[in-house]
Design a protein around this ligand. Structure first.
Ligand SMILES: [Zn+2]
Ligand SMILES: [Zn+2]
Length: 379
């Protein structure tokens, strides 16, 4: 028993990179076994009451007496009550040299300040503070006490030339009791939104069906097990080809297992913290998944179960504008296009139709056109 317990305490296998394999649920249970009720308690606390109670214990008196003493000794009692004076404001008639110097410094700083919210920073800040201290309206949506929170980094497949050196990633918080399929459904990837086919002859009839609705198969690979999404009738076992390839001709890989993604929660599986695992969908769209942290849920976390998996970091994607008007986001991409200044060339819906079709909607010239989905859609 003791050995099994120790097995699930994460120890770095490769220094500062990955731990050894641990069973997530058992790891959480070890923690809950060590902590007391008040450590995992998620009930809302009134900070004033907690402070008064602590003071009462320190002074060895009743809570009411402690509250009264605190009030009598507070800084507010030292104020005269004659209007508020802003300590930041420097009086005009001062003879103090230090204040004179400070006044000049403050004025200079005002000149240097540019009053403009930085888009990237605002975006990052908003993402990070999403859900902080959020409590559910319906108490039944409350996250359970002692629940585990896993931090996952999910790397985008390489889609931009400018990111060829550095791969952007998003960070997601997921609960230990959530199913792998809940994570799968929350992952937003541009390849799910593609519309297949060439539509230059009938742009109005470009199918609405996006790849996500047509090709529903996907898998996660964690520690020798392929967890296939098999929730729908159309789902195929994407891992089969990989397993067959690995097992043929003695490539040195074997003992791969297959499981259903919908049957497992994170608490049920074994993982190494820091190890690069795989999420694959749309046949060959691959994302590296790394679990960077596992911890118990905290008072100040988002406590609304419905908001998980919670995205807390995401990359800002540049949007591709129409090559003609340079105003609207591109919806079409053309190739071998004699009207276009570039190959491939991107157009918004209006410019695409004005340039390539006559009033009756007949195609002009010879070109190939595909529907284009802009990655900026996720910003
Ligand atoms: Zn993808
Ligand atoms: Zn345009």
């Amino acid at each position: 028993m003791a050995e099994e317990l120790l097995e699930n305490v994460p120890v770095f296998e490769v220094t500062n990179v990955t731990t050894q394999k641990i069973h997530i649920g058992s790891f959480g249970a070890l923690w809950r076994g060590c902590l007391s009720e008040c450590d995992v308690n998620l009930a809302e606390e009134n900070p004033q009451e907690v402070e008064d109670e602590q003071l009462a214990v320190e002074l060895d008196c009743h809570v009411d007496t402690a509250a009264e003493i605190k009030q009598l000794c507070s800084i507010d009692e030292l104020k005269t009550g004659e209007g508020e004076v802003d300590p930041e404001e420097i009086p005009e008639d001062t003879s103090l040299v230090t204040l004179g110097v400070r006044k000049k410094a403050v004025e200079r700083r005002k000149e240097l300040l540019i009053d403009r919210a930085c888009r990237m920073e605002t975006f990052m800040y908003e993402m990070e503070s999403r859900g902080v201290r959020t409590r559910p309206e319906d108490p039944s949506d409350m996250v359970d006490e002692g629940e585990l929170v896993l931090t996952l980094n999910l790397i985008y497949p390489m889609i931009f030339h400018k990111h060829k050196e550095y791969k952007p990633y998003e960070t997601i918080l997921v609960l230990g009791s959530q199913r792998l399929t809940e994570l799968r459904d929350s992952i937003k990837c541009i390849s799910d939104l593609q519309i297949g086919g060439e539509h230059s002859n009938n742009p109005e009839l470009a199918p609405e069906n996006i790849c996500k609705d047509l090709f529903k198969s996907a898998f996660f690979y964690f520690e020798g097990i392929f967890y296939n999404d098999m929730r729908y009738r159309e789902c195929r076992d994407l891992s089969r080809t990989i397993i067959e390839w690995a097992e043929s001709r003695d490539r040195g890989y074997s003992n791969f297992q297959i499981a259903k993604m919908e049957d497992y929660t994170f608490n049920d599986i074994k993982l190494k913290i820091g190890f690069p695992y795989l999420y694959c969908h749309q046949g060959d769209c691959e994302h590296i998944v790394t679990i960077t942290d596992i911890r118990l849920i905290h008072h100040d976390d988002c406590l609304d179960r419905n908001l998980y998996p919670l995205q807390i970091r995401k990359h800002w994607f540049c949007t591709r504008k129409c090559f003609v008007c340079k105003l609207y986001i591109a919806k079409w991409v053309t190739k071998n296009d004699s009207f276009a200044p570039d190959d491939p060339c991107f157009f918004c819906n209006v410019c695409f139709k004005m340039l390539h079709y006559d009033k009756e909607g007949n195609k002009l010239g010879d070109f190939v056109a595909h529907a284009y989905v802009d990655p900026g859609i996720f910003n």
